[in-house]
Ligand binder design. Structure first.
Ligand SMILES: NC(=O)N[C@@H](O)C(=O)O
Length: 188
């Protein structure tokens, strides 16, 4: 790899732009005219609609509360979860920069640098990643509190790895410098 730096310019999340990585949550839609399969309801005081059937591959789903404080702009590590989808929904005013990517075609345990995209995710929208999607999150505008939906066994496995160094059986975490990558950063 000859590039000095991989610089990603965050883009707004749209259903189309995020489709290679999973499902965008909270896309703009006319609640009053949502198609029947969206199981929606609209009245003067309330709108709601179906967004997504969350898939944990049979595991126990788990909500966790996440506080991101890493301002970036560099991203040192990427991680992915082998079996479960994972959704991240910013709750406070500060948007997050969520970086996602897919694995190399010939090595599922390494991200493909050419597949990376950064999204600027404001409160009120969210991203639900498919299993195997590499990711990292930055909070350049101050701490961002997020709701996260994941799989309990994946979380237990991840926390055990982070706290005690046990083998991660349900996730992969890579340090990009160990892969010989140039600096990965958010542009600007
Ligand atoms: N799962 C978890 O707790 N955190 C990471 O997966 C993350 O994306 O922040």
């Amino acid at each position: 790899m000859t590039r000095e730096t991989i610089a990603l310019t965050p883009q707004p999340p749209t259903a189309e732009a995020f489709a290679p990585y999973g499902t965008m949550l909270g896309r703009a839609i006319d609640f009053a005219d949502a198609p029947p399969e969206r199981l929606s309801w609209h009245e003067p005081a309330t709108d709601f609609r179906h967004e997504h059937d969350f898939d944990t591959a049979g595991g126990v789903p788990e909500f966790i509360w996440v506080r991101y404080r890493n301002p970036g702009p560099e991203i040192a590590r990427l991680e992915m979860h082998l079996f479960t989808e994972q959704a991240v929904v910013p709750l406070t005013g500060a948007p997050i920069i969520h970086i996602v990517g897919r694995s190399l075609a010939d090595n599922p345990d390494q991200p493909d640098p050419d597949s990376l995209t950064a999204f600027c995710v404001p409160a009120g929208t969210g991203l639900c990643m498919a299993p195997g999607i590499w990711h990292a999150s930055l909070a350049p505008n101050g701490e961002a509190i997020c709701l996260m939906l994941t799989r309990r066994s994946t979380q237990e496995d991840l926390v055990g790895h982070l706290m005690h160094g046990s083998d991660a059986r349900e996730s992969r975490i890579v340090t990009l410098a160990d892969l010989g990558w140039p600096t990965l950063r958010i542009a600007g």
